[in-house]
Design a protein around this ligand. Structure first.
Ligand SMILES: [Zn+2]
Ligand SMILES: [Zn+2]
Length: 347
């Protein structure tokens, strides 16, 4: 089968021919219908060997952590599914039994460092092996070619919105910085789950237009020193109940933290390695919280799938056949996509 794989550390990924995996007891083989591309894939391509080893990742591995498809074959003992069933795959691995997992914090599980598409084989291949049936989620009426982004871009932003939601009052304001893939989902979740005014901030006016279509009540161009003041102006000077930063550079972190009202929240989701430089007194929101990126858990993915299946969340995708996987990554890199890039198989 064809797979798009990183052959060794600090190496570009390439299309290779590898054997179709065989499912053993407790495993399932999934025929991939579509797999979304993520900015974090670029980080993996440049990852130094010692960093990858420290994470507990193995190499080579196939990229792709936004995967959906159909059950091709079930190993002994896997019940509840039949060949042909459409499924989405949870990509982060988790043990299911540790103190984090049993509290539903499987995104923080310390016992499974590598995930599908990061440190072990992912979904940019014709087939992918699933060794834990907890990672198989029924798609119901959703199309397996396009559902992949719901499991990562969708679920990660859902996790962040749920994390901030207790700080967001009906009639208050929630701000999304970076209205691209994850941010576009966050705008929708904030509209669905809170009674707040939702403000989208981005440097790209086309993305802001989409954010407005998806429900954003106000949009702001750019993330400069003036952005915090503009957000305060939209909130009668009080500041936002919550700011979710899906970019994560110094400028967005500074603007976001400065825009939070007392007892509000700032959530950092964008992994651009920006720094938080506010002094703890006078710089951070009083009685507020600052929280960091933590991916998503199985329950997040499950709930996002149901929101999409019932038509409450729109999943904008740009489809590319597998033969054009390099072009898809280039479009992601160049910022020319309208939706999430999804590579499809079987066409
Ligand atoms: Zn991702
Ligand atoms: Zn665990």
């Amino acid at each position: 089968m064809r797979a798009y794989r990183i052959p060794e550390w600090e190496h570009t990924a390439e299309v290779v021919d590898v054997p179709v995996p065989e499912p053993g007891p407790g495993q399932a083989l999934v025929e991939v219908a579509g797999c979304g591309l993520c900015h974090s894939d670029f980080t993996m391509l440049g990852m130094p060997a010692e960093f990858g080893r420290a994470l507990g990742w193995s190499i080579p591995f196939t990229l792709g952590h936004e995967t959906a498809g159909r059950i091709a074959e079930l190993g002994a003992g896997v019940t509840g599914f039949a060949p042909g069933d459409p499924v989405a795959l949870v990509s982060p691995a988790s043990c299911g039994t540790c103190a984090y997992c049993v509290r539903g914090l499987d995104a923080s599980c310390p016992n499974a460092p590598a995930g599908r598409g990061f440190g072990r084989d992912g979904g940019l291949a014709e087939y992918v092996l699933v060794d834990d049936p907890r990672a198989l989620l029924p798609l119901g009426g959703l199309d397996p070619r396009t559902a992949g982004p719901l499991t990562d871009a969708g679920a990660t932003s859902y996790h962040a919105v749920r994390r901030a939601a207790p700080r967001i009052r009906p009639g208050g304001t929630a701000v999304v910085i970076g209205a691209g893939g994850l941010g576009a989902f966050a705008v929708q979740f904030l509209c669905l789950l809170t009674g707040a005014q939702v403000v989208a901030v981005d440097t790209d006016e086309a993305r802001l237009k989409v954010a407005a279509e998806l429900g954003a009540h106000a949009t702001l161009v750019g993330t400069t020193e003036g952005t915090a003041a503009e957000i305060r102006a939209l909130t009668d000077g009080h500041g936002a109940d919550a700011v979710l930063d899906f970019v994560g550079v110094d400028a967005t972190i500074a603007a976001g933290v400065a825009a939070v009202r007392p007892a509000g929240a700032f959530g950092l989701v964008g992994a651009a390695s920006g720094r938080l430089q506010s002094p703890w007194y006078g710089g951070l929101p009083r009685d507020g919280e600052v929280f960091t990126f933590q991916g998503s858990g199985i329950a997040d993915v499950q709930e996002v799938l149901r929101l999409a299946e019932t038509g409450r969340v729109r999943n904008n995708v740009d489809l590319f056949p597998f033969a054009e996987v390099e072009a898809a990554y280039k479009a992601l890199h160049d910022g020319t996509l309208q939706g999430r890039a999804v590579v499809t198989f079987g066409d």
